[in-house]
Ligand binder design. Structure first.
Ligand code: SF4
Length: 489
């Protein structure tokens, strides 16, 4: 496609030499060249408008103050499925604690999870560490020691032993793409932003801008439309690579004023800025709902704006209906310690911590937050206020028993609603008092990890509130912890 673009540019300038007129055998060819040239011109204008706009409107984000590929990589992984304002404190904390690839590779798994706690999609953090280890193993910068002046004690063997001085982040697109957890989008973002290479990117924001500006009605999730969008994104960044830098253009115009534009203009990497401008326009102006077309820098080029199709693009088809799921979680306290367990490897939110919980029937509903009261005699739990306990309560009691918890009383603590992928989850949380009974950890077969030997932390251990604060919990369970702090009893 890119070579086609060059061909179109060349052919367009050669048009004056091709015979014209109704009877000309070159009529169809002339039409094709004209269409290609018009598309080429639109792309050039679009790139120019975006670069101009970005030079004065780019947000001052911490990862935009560096060209360190590691820092950019961390930001790109965090920004997947997460908003910029949420990511900023996480990114700052991560870069403070793990400022280098080596530090990320050598960090303990618990630290990685704690730094990622609340961001969700924890596989991303684990893959980041895996990739950091791969970079350490495969991209070390090695130097051979030379004889230090005046140090005659250095042996020949010492002088021949090379040592690692640093680790080089790969700067080749294929090598970046080969890292665990790095897909085409992330590799394109790292190579363009850190190394100013003409590698395209395509995320939700870019898809929205491109489908609207070019009036693309196909579903971006379908292969053909997706490939068309990638080609467009590539054409634009290739145009940017050959664009005069804003710096030079502005110097000619000599009226650059704002501080932010000055900061961005100092290096003016056009591929980096073009890709970021597409994302920025999608985030700030061309929003999914109520886009601000009136102030949009590319509205003159926008097909959706001209043809009044903004609302219908992008055409994402029908969303898969969300599935409702219900869980009951139990906050069990004994001598100031709480019973918690760690999710095993291979499941959603693996290695994160939670209170013991079990899935209950999705249509089962709470009977109005009544307490289910039990007494315990001769090791047998017995319902003493049956009138208040309904089918839902029996399910909760059964769920508690399946986890090895024989409750004396169950008090509703709170209900947490959240979503994971296409699941809409309702988590009913109960405080449990033992009242004489004891906790028996569930049989390994009942533990989540199936046939693998279960670690004690996966079936349940007792920890103090101070110890809990050091562990990484999923967002839903952190809300329960906060609730416990504000309602200790
Ligand atoms: Fe989006 Fe409107 Fe700008 Fe078109 S004119 S790119 S629809 S904000």
């Amino acid at each position: 496609m890119t070579s086609l673009r060059y061909f179109a540019a060349f052919a367009h300038s050669a048009l004056k030499f091709i015979p014209s007129g109704c009877g000309s055998p070159y009529r169809g060819f002339r039409g094709f060249i004209r269409t290609m040239a018009a598309a080429n011109l639109k792309q050039q204008k679009l790139v120019s408008a975006l670069l101009d706009w970005f030079s004065t409107n780019a947000r001052d984000l911490p990862w935009r103050r560096t060209r360190d590929p590691y820092a950019i990589w961390v930001s790109e992984i965090m920004l997947q499925q997460t908003q910029v304002k949420t990511v900023i404190p996480y990114w700052n904390r991560w870069m403070n604690e793990l400022p280098t690839i080596k530090a990320a590779a050598e960090a303990r798994s618990a630290k990685i999870h704690k730094l990622w706690e609340g961001l969700g999609y924890y596989t991303r953090a684990r893959n980041l560490q895996k990739a950091a280890k791969e970079i350490i193993a495969q991209h070390a910068v090695i130097s051979k020691p030379c004889r230090r002046r005046g140090n005659e004690s250095q042996t020949e063997k010492e002088l021949e032993t090379p040592h690692v001085v640093s680790y080089k982040f790969p700067d080749n697109f294929d090598n970046v793409l080969a890292l665990p957890g790095v897909g085409r989008y992330t590799a394109g973002a790292i190579c363009s932003i850190a190394f100013n290479q003409p590698t395209p990117i395509l995320d939700g924001n870019v898809i929205r801008v491109l489908t609207r500006v070019f009036g693309i009605g196909g579903n971006p999730r379908e292969k053909k439309t997706n490939a068309q969008l990638w080609r467009l994104a590539e054409d634009l960044v290739v145009h940017a690579a050959s664009s005069p830098s804003i710096c030079r253009r502005r110097r000619k115009e000599s009226h650059s004023t704002s501080i932010s534009s000055h900061r961005l203009l100092t290096s003016s990497p056009t591929c980096a800025n073009l890709n970021q401008s597409l994302m920025e326009l999608g985030a700030l102006v061309c929003a999914p709902r109520n886009p601000q077309c009136e102030i949009c820098p590319v509205k003159k080029l926008c097909v959706a704006f001209r043809e009044d199709r903004v609302v219908e693009l992008p055409n994402l088809g029908k969303r898969e209906a969300a599935t409702a799921r219900r869980f009951a979680a139990f906050v069990v306290e004994r001598n100031g310690c709480f019973l918690v367990r760690q999710r095993p490897a291979g499941v959603v939110n693996a290695h994160l911590w939670e209170f013991p919980n079990a899935e209950i029937h999705p249509s089962s509903s709470n009977s109005g937050h009544q307490s289910a009261h039990y007494s315990c005699k001769n090791g047998q739990s017995r319902l003493t206020s049956a009138a208040t306990v309904q089918k839902h309560d029996w399910e909760i009691i059964h769920a508690a028993k399946s986890l090895g918890i024989e409750p004396a009383t169950l008090h509703p603590l709170c209900t947490v609603k959240h979503s994971i992928t296409r699941y809409r989850i309702t988590l009913e949380v109960f405080r449990v008092s033992f009242g004489g009974t004891s906790y028996t950890s569930p049989h390994p077969k009942r533990a989540m990890s199936g046939t693998r030997r279960t670690r004690p932390s996966e079936t349940g251990i007792w920890l103090t509130p101070v110890q809990l604060r050091k562990l990484a919990f999923t967002a839903a369970y952190r809300r329960i912890l906060r609730r416990l702090q504000t309602h200790p009893q």
